[in-house]
Design a protein around this ligand. Sequence first.
Ligand code: AMP
Length: 215
Amino acid sequence: MLAEKFDFVHISTGDILRQEVRSGTPVGTKVEEIMNSGALVSDQLVAEIVGDRLGSQDVPPDILLDGFPRTVPQAEYLESLPGDFEQIAVNLHLSEEEVVKRLAGRRHCAGCGRIYNGYYSAPTEEGICDGCGGGLLQRPDDVETVVRERLRVYQEQTRPLIEFYRSREGYFEVDGSLGMDSVFEELSSLVAGHQSRAWGAGVDRNKSDRLQGES
Ligand code: AMP
């Protein structure tokens, strides 16, 4: 929703890795078992994936990084990339029990990709997509035991990022328990506020010139 609203290039490292697994590439074969166990894949591999995507853009677009960085070395890698770019980092916080419900209850349609949740937004007929009639699937890493392992890994490897970003400008916390519409509104106003401040300060002049030309 954010990528659509703000015209961001959406880079989800999890989606990219799942695509590699589905296509049976050497990378996919290497990471499948790691992902299904709830562990993180190596920083080096993820940095290569993100570096490839960012390096293939002629003009740096506005980018929504989703699921990256997940460790302090990944965040340091991101900061080490050349170019004069600005980052904002958002920590969406939620209780562990709520995370378990949202993930273990999640199903997606094999046909159209629509996402359901058995606790909050169940389909009319169990296991069948309301939209296209396709069968609903569960991600192997959304099984409750694996979700709990992902939370353990989060505490150990990802949570230290909060301290990393807290000491920098552009760090925000959003209450993820508010529900989708309110979270989306909060995130949208954070992004809009940041963009107007950045443009006011002369950052990304090309884009602001382009928009003025279009108005
Ligand atoms: P996600 O779709 O973001 O929940 O990611 C699913 C899985 O992909 C994670 O549990 C990891 O195994 C792997 N993964 C995704 N992004 C990263 C990352 N930045 N660093 C390491 N592993 C990742």
